[in-house]
Unconditional design. Sequence first.
Length: 154
Amino acid sequence: MMMSIVSTRTLQLRIKDKHAKIKNQRKDDMHQFSTTLVRKNAAIFVGDVVSAKLVKTKMAKSTLDAGWSSLKTMLEYKSHQAGIVFMEVNEAYSTQTCSCCGSIPASSPKGRAGLGIRAWTCSDCGAAHDRDVNAARNILAAGHRRLAVGISGV
Ligand SMILES: [Zn+2]
């Protein structure tokens, strides 16, 4: 569950595993949050994997999904209204893939054992990664690839 947001300055913000937080926010807060994101960014890319990992947590899946999907819905229609890009991208392997060299090195976080790994170093190219930033970069790159395909396909 993650979201990459690109501003004109290519700032990225990633929201990951923040279901507990989202759940506790009132709808007003979600409206404010989504409006701010849409105002400040030129494109919003959202990872498409929904809570498969989070089902293992003790929180009710339905509650998690409800919070996330209403936030996603708000972002989507507000993006359309504002005329900015909103896109869901495939986030498979975004955590495991090195955003620097593009490989899936032996050292990257994988499976259940990898869930607690916050920082790692690519054994292929030596790049040091923050887990969330690395995954956000991969989602961003996937979003840009999709955009490029869309534009050239017009
Ligand atoms: Zn690498």
